[in-house]
Design a protein around this ligand. Structure first.
Ligand code: NAD
Length: 482
């Protein structure tokens, strides 16, 4: 019997094929060694050579005063501000993910709010036995792995902090964002040279691979590994036998209770969830809303650019955004479809045959707690909403959905007890109250920024001091002035 296919199914297939063609990376057009005919500085074919160059850079920085080092950072900030638009556009074009205006804002945030040498402070302890000095020293050459989701942002943010601490750096960036990441490596080197630094201070690979990452991880000159990425790569560096900082995956829950300002909460949540199309690891990923305010919240979200889909449409979308993969043990598991990560909401809706305008920036749907959209870190502007009866249920489910990542969680409430209870229970590195998620990294919230949030290894919102080692100098029975 011949199978029949409906017109809407044909439309869906055509739309998916077109999307794939449009979003497929143009492998041949991305040259990670040059930009606009200009050869990028600090890019190597061989990881061992890259490490050697970063070592030379480290020795040059070691010989500089802190004041000179700060001059390098000032110039990195200036160039980042100047070229934020170029990197934002390049990032979206190369990866097919995110939004140019938001990526530009992320670069400006890095330029403004990543701490420099002022973060490196010494401590002195005096007593009957004299003076002890504790200083924050560089490690030497840092090996850094960076993600595709915030590629140049992470390279520049890491570079500022690592250079402020006096280190050289070698990057093994995500292969899907290599042109963008290497543009940022070149920018840092150009800035350093202009400000009187060495020719090359930070290095990267023309073609980073798992093999080049493995060489980096086992090379004796690499004294510290800093990894920003998903669970697989963080696990790999943490088992390297070296000192490692791991900034891993999140799945941030948001609780909205019935004391919240619902209109503000709806706007804050949609603003945060859709920032760079949900690529930031801190962005809102699932909502637990009190049953008595859920309708009002959903309707306010719709007024703020969200499109509500039915359970059937959510099921159809689920089949597209998550795909099954058999692991090496023969176990079938669902993983996110890379072709959907960081895509615009209207592009994702078109995949299930729903046509909306570009004003729609988020897809919302009501789901049970067990739904894949709640359980998986999608990194797309898709926001599932689970109704809960009370704060006990909200906290229990919110903590479960965070999966013990201890990364980020959010809450909208005016009840101090509820806010405190969730903050204590979820134990995340970042907890944002009554604001969009990005307030947690200094965008509209107090405090410095980072794109490497190290929950697993405990450094938290990393900054220059995270990339130092403590050294102590003791003068016994002397050097006191009282
Ligand atoms: P990813 O995990 O796919 O890859 C990150 C980098 O690791 C890439 O360079 C990749 O090539 C490399 N890699 C992967 N497995 C490796 C291994 N076994 N050994 C060596 N290198 C390996 O990252 P992505 O998809 O670009 O980023 C998204 C993930 O990163 C999300 O889970 C997100 O939450 C997380 N993330 C976390 C932070 C944070 O600060 N905690 C920041 C950004 C992204």
């Amino acid at each position: 019997m011949a199978a029949t296919i409906s017109e809407s199914e044909i439309r869906q297939v055509v739309s998916q094929v077109l999307d794939r063609i449009q979003s497929a990376p143009m492998a041949t057009s991305w040259d990670s060694t040059q930009y606009g005919g200009r050869k990028l500085i600090g890019i190597f074919d061989d990881m061992n050579e890259a490490i050697r160059a970063a070592e030379a850079g480290y020795r040059a920085v070691r010989a500089m005063s802190v004041e000179q080092r700060e001059k390098l950072i000032t110039e990195i900030r200036r160039l980042t501000r100047e070229e934020a638009g170029i990197m934002a556009k390049l990032g979206v074009e190369e990866t097919g993910m995110g939004r140019v205006d938001h990526k530009r804002a992320k670069h400006l945030l890095v330029a403004e709010k990543t701490p420099g040498t002022e973060d490196i402070v010494s401590a002195a302890k005096t007593g009957d036995n004299g003076l002890t000095l504790i200083e924050m020293a560089p490690f030497g050459v840092v090996g850094a792995i960076t993600p595709s989701t915030n590629p140049s942002e992470t390279v520049i943010c890491n570079s500022i902090g690592m250079i402020a601490a006096g280190n050289g750096v070698v990057f093994n960036p995500h292969p899907n964002a290599i042109a963008t990441s290497n543009y940022a490596v070149d920018l840092v080197n150009r800035a350093c040279k202009t400000a009187g630094g060495p020719e090359i201070l930070v290095c990267s690979m023309a073609k980073p691979t798992m093999e080049s990452a493995a060489i980096m991880q086992s090379h004796p000159a690499i004294r510290l590994l800093v990894c920003t990425g998903g669970p697989g790569v963080v696990r790999a560096v943490l088992s390297s036998g070296k000192k490692a900082i791991g900034a891993g995956a999140g799945n941030p829950p948001v609780i909205v209770d019935d004391t919240a300002d619902i209109q503000k909460a709806s706007k804050d949540i949609i603003d945060g969830c859709t920032f760079d199309n949900n690529l930031p690891c801190i962005a809102e990923k699932e909502v637990f809303a009190f049953r008595n305010i859920a309708d009002e919240l959903i309707s306010a979200m719709q007024k703020n650019g969200a499109y509500l889909i039915t359970a059937e449409q959510a099921a159809a979308l689920n089949k597209i955004v998550l795909v099954e993969k058999t692991d090496k043990n023969g176990k079938v598991k669902k993983i996110v479809n890379r072709d959907c990560v960081g895509r615009d909401a209207d592009v994702l809706l078109a995949k299930i045959g729903v046509s909306v305008s570009k004003d729609i920036r988020c897809i919302i749907c009501e789901t049970p707690f067990e739904h894949d959209f709640v359980q998986h870190e999608l990194m797309m502007p898709i926001l599932p909403i689970v109704r809960v009866d009370n704060i006990d249920e909200a906290i229990e489910l919110g903590v479960k959905a965070e999966h013990g990542n201890r990364h980020t969680a959010h809450m909208h409430s005016k009840n101090i007890d509820n806010l405190s209870r969730f903050a204590r229970a979820v134990e995340t590195t970042i907890f944002v109250k009554n604001a969009p998620s990005y307030a947690g990294i200094g965008f509209g919230g107090e405090g410095h920024t980072t794109f490497t949030i190290a929950g697993p290894t405990g450094e938290g919102i990393t900054s220059a001091r995270s990339f130092t080692r403590q050294r102590r100098c003791v003068m016994a029975d002397s050097f006191r002035i009282i």
